[in-house]
Design a binder for this molecule. Structure first.
Ligand code: PLP
Length: 389
């Protein structure tokens, strides 16, 4: 292969050329501040509003004013939880799951140290939730339920429609971290009673450093970044205009691409996954097969280290990841796979392949050709294999 086969799109995505082209003027000649009184700056505000509209359309939300631009998915997640806790100071209980991204889990640990009561819901071996556990966890003191839509490591999708209904029936605010699903699967926020939803630009072919928080009209809100009057008083800080414009274009492209993502990309992912399961012994697919993002495959290769597989793939020009890419550098076994109760011999050898609309069949064929030899070679020298035999 003459270029990298990039199969790490849940970590970050390539900026679409259309997105870059739309951003460029705002990094060069159109550098005004959208809050300025003069025409040079003030006219830029309409570009931010145009992006607000396309993000609103992507989510099928009711009104563009429900979209607040932020600096990333992490900020959106932090804002959702902190805003709700400030809005309901008398309530001290938070419900989340054991498999959230650190953008939620680390904040929850911090809040636990401050005296909040946390419920971390379990998942089963398929990575799925028991909604009865959620129902019985809600009480008079529950301020917010924060449950992700799609898991970044396994791609497993949680039933946020049902969760939103449960939250509404019990009068509790519901936030979902949809950073991995926005742009990959359609949303109908005009029909589903989700109160707060986080998304991040760099997961859908916009640049890093821009995100958004959807805040349903009527949801109590208190800014996380306290400062100027930007974003209708909901987020202080001069707007990252170029990136917001980029996110707006990425939202339009994602809407056009839903079919491709759910047919061609899904087929490529399935081809890769089925070939691995067929050609390589002692492997398992981690995560429910039906309720899963179309682009993600998390596969455990027994008796070898995921990091060694990644290094060998890297030598062949293939970029994939192990565990959570956002916390890579950490050699801790994945908290998601541990919560699922996956046997340790598989957890340590688990690899995530995540595709995008830019992947082509010849790239998948190339990985299918290379991988069996890599795994065989590593197993031959693995101390775990030798111990077993
Ligand atoms: N939530 C999930 C599910 C993610 O996968 C990520 C990033 O990988 C984030 C939140 C954080 O997003 P950002 O990198 O934009 O802060």
């Amino acid at each position: 292969m003459d270029k990298v086969v990039y199969l790490d799109n849940n970590a970050t995505t390539q900026v679409a050329s259309e997105v870059f082209a739309a951003m460029k003027p705002f990094l060069t000649e159109e550098y005004g501040n959208p809050s300025s009184m003069h025409t040079f700056g003030g006219k830029i505000k309409k570009n931010i509003d145009a992006s607000r509209q396309t993000v609103c359309d992507l989510l099928s939300a009711n009104d563009p004013s429900e979209i607040v631009f932020t600096s990333c998915g992490t900020e959106s997640d932090n804002t959702a939880i902190m805003s709700t806790l400030r809005s309901y100071p008398e309530k001290k209980h938070i419900i989340t799951t054991k498999v959230e991204h650190p953008a939620i889990l680390s904040l929850c640990k911090y809040l636990e140290n401050l005296g909040y009561r946390l419920t971390y819901l379990d998942v089963d071996e398929d990575g799925l939730l028991d909604l009865n556990e959620l129902k019985s966890a809600i009480d008079y003191d529950t301020a917010i339920i924060s449950i992700m839509h799609a898991n970044n490591e396994t791609g497993v999708i949680f039933p946020i429609e049902e969760i939103a209904e449960i939250a509404r029936m019990r009068n509790v605010v519901f936030h979902t971290d949809a950073v991995q699903s926005v742009g990959k699967i359609p949303f109908r926020l005009n029909e589903i009673p989700i109160d707060l939803l986080s998304l991040s630009g760099h997961k859908l072919h916009a640049p890093k450093g821009v995100g958004a928080l959807y805040v349903r009209k009527g949801t109590k809100f208190s800014p996380f970044l306290i400062g100027g009057h930007q974003e209708l008083n909901r987020r202080g800080g001069t707007e990252n205009v170029a990136s917001i414009v980029g996110l707006g274009v990425a939202a339009q492209l994602a809407k056009k691409n839903f079919d491709d993502e759910n047919t061609r990309v899904r087929k490529l992912r399935d081809k890769l996954e089925n070939a691995i399961v067929e050609k390589i012994p002692n492997v398992r697919v981690n995560g429910n097969k039906d309720s899963r993002l179309p682009n993600t495959s998390n596969i455990g290769f027994e008796f070898i280290e995921g990091e060694s597989i990644l290094l060998k793939l890297d030598e062949k020009g293939v970029a994939a990841s192990s565990g959570s890419a956002c916390t890579s550098g950490s050699l801790m076994p994945s908290h998601v796979l541990r919560a699922m109760g996956i046997p340790f011999t598989f957890i340590q050898g688990s690899i995530r392949f995540s595709l995008s609309c830019y992947n082509r069949e010849e790239e998948i064929n190339y990985v299918i050709e290379q991988l069996p030899g890599i795994i065989k070679g590593l197993r031959e020298i693995s101390p775990f294999t030798n111990k077993k035999s």
